[in-house]
Ligand binder design. Structure first.
Ligand code: PLP
Length: 485
């Protein structure tokens, strides 16, 4: 069994085994005809059920053969140009090399004595990101597992800053956080985890472009203060999950300054703009935030997970600081030893920053940004296609790279039947494996969504997928008529 341990004696086996794993993926990618095979839950479950975890296969080749059966052959492949569904990007190769390196060396970024150079690399990437945001000296941040955790940590800091006297139950109950109806659900989940009252998150309506309505926000902030409550934070979204809309950051920053309220900008999706050669101005005002969430695994073409929370004032990260004698004693801090655990909600933590480091050192920031610009351009092309196609209704002009639309049958007018036709088209498409698209609701009605994050997707792909959607929707409606007659 010792032959499976990675060490100085097993480097040949390590090379061979990892290469074999890489080979399987490469072969699969080269052969994949669509983003998905359409495998059903039942079929995959049956295959998985045959695996006896208490009877090992003894060698990696056999384990990989089995893995092809239960996973690789029928996985959902984000690299495929017709995967148009969620906020998942194809990944860049330098980042994959980073992934292979970081898991093999297995540094843990909690303390210097488990990471050394890893800690310094993470700090440099954090500093680089805060400079891109436009924060001044004194800014800081830390990598997290994802946007949800970044939002949670930002709101934890906001809560602590709002309650200098301590988080007693009466004070906690008075805290309010403001976010638009298009904000991410992790804001509400965070409020719950942070012990805030069930109505702590005040939902602000959006304008016709799905951006937070600042007049409504101003009104709610005033009401909050008038009612003797405490406006703990405003969450502005830079790139809403559904529409890619960007809340008006300068106006929101102004309101936050007036009310002494923490401004958190959730740029989980929109962070790609930080490196965009042509669209950086869309993020103007982000430099006035107190904290910012970025998901490099959404718009920087990085593998999951790669996310960070950045703060204007690094001192606020002390709210996440706890000391353990065995790990990060107070003395270490006084001696200037950089222990990132002092800034993090996690303890043992992946060296995800290495992936972005190798990406920047290989491709450069402009290289990533140019790819993100390409998918934003593609969204405009797709929008023109949809706007000129009588079979479809498209909701708003794209800000980033999403398109929300639905199939509108020429004769049917029953809104529930139109909903069903769109849902049926999406399911049929998924089952066919030809393409994967997402769905969402707008004003209570069912819509379809493209999240375009693959620069290899062409406008012809979009046109072809729209034809498939229309065909599936029409088939559903035809069968529906047959059923009724
Ligand atoms: C995806 C997303 C999140 C959550 O990020 P995870 O990395 O999935 O945890 C938060 N906010 C917005 C706007 C997002 O799009």
């Amino acid at each position: 069994m010792r032959s499976h341990l990675l060490n100085d004696l097993t480097t040949e086996g390590y090379r061979r085994s990892v290469t074999e794993g890489v080979e399987r993926v490469a072969t699969q990618l080269a052969a994949a005809e669509g983003p998905f095979t359409g495998v059903t839950v039942d079929a995959l479950t049956a295959r998985l059920d045959r695996v006896d975890l208490d009877r090992p296969l003894g060698e990696i080749t056999a384990a990989l053969d089995e893995l092809e059966e239960v996973y690789l052959r029928d996985a959902v492949y984000f690299h495929h140009p017709r995967y148009l569904a969620h906020l998942n990007c194809p990944v860049v190769i330098p980042a994959l090399v980073g992934e292979a390196v970081l898991s093999a060396v297995n540094s843990s970024l909690d303390t210097w004595d488990q990471s050394a150079g890893g800690t310094l690399i993470e700090r440099r990437i954090v500093d680089w990101t805060t400079e891109r945001i436009g924060f001044g000296p004194g800014a800081d941040g830390v990598f997290t597992s994802g946007g949800s955790q970044s939002n949670l940590q930002a709101l934890l800091l906001a809560r602590e800053e709002a309650l200098p006297g301590g988080a007693d139950p009466a004070s906690l109950a008075r805290l309010r956080t403001f976010a638009s109806e298009a904000s991410h659900f992790s804001v509400r989940k965070s409020a719950k985890l942070l012990g805030l009252s069930p109505d702590a998150v005040v939902t602000i309506p959006v304008d016709s472009d799905h951006r937070l309505h600042t007049v409504a926000l101003a009104h709610e902030l005033e009401r909050c203060t008038r009612d003797g409550l405490v406006p703990m934070a405003v969450v502005a979204t830079a790139g809403t999950t559904d529409f890619g809309s960007i809340d008006p950051l300068p106006e929101i920053a102004e309101l936050c300054a007036r009310h002494g309220t923490w401004l958190h900008v959730d740029a989980a999706y929109g962070c790609g703009l930080l490196v965009s050669p042509r669209r950086r101005d869309l993020l103007s005002g982000v430099e006035r935030a107190d904290s910012v969430t970025v998901d490099f695994h959404k718009s920087f073409f990085q593998p999951v997970s790669s996310s960070a929370v950045l703060v204007r004032d690094g001192a606020t990260l002390r709210h996440a600081t706890y000391h353990a004698d065995y790990l990060n004693p107070r003395r270490a801090r006084q001696e200037g030893i950089p222990n990132q655990v002092d800034k993090s909600l996690q303890t043992t933590r992946r060296f995800d920053a290495l992936k972005l480091w190798l990406t920047l050192r290989t491709m450069g920031a402009d290289g990533i940004g140019a790819l993100f610009d390409e998918v934003c351009d593609l969204a405009w092309q797709g929008w023109r296609l949809l706007a000129g196609d009588p079979r479809f209704e498209v909701v708003v002009e794209p800000r980033l790279s999403t398109l929300v639309f639905r199939y509108l049958p020429p004769v049917v007018t029953d809104p529930a039947e139109i909903d069903r036709a769109n849902r049926a088209a999406r399911s049929a498409l998924f089952a066919s494996g030809d393409a994967v698209v997402a769905g969402t609701k707008v004003l209570g009605r069912h819509y379809l969504k493209f999240t375009l994050l693959n620069p290899e997707t062409t406008v012809d792909d979009i046109a072809a997928v729209l034809d498939l959607i229309a065909a599936h929707a029409e088939q559903y409606l035809g069968e529906s008529l047959d059923r009724a007659s």
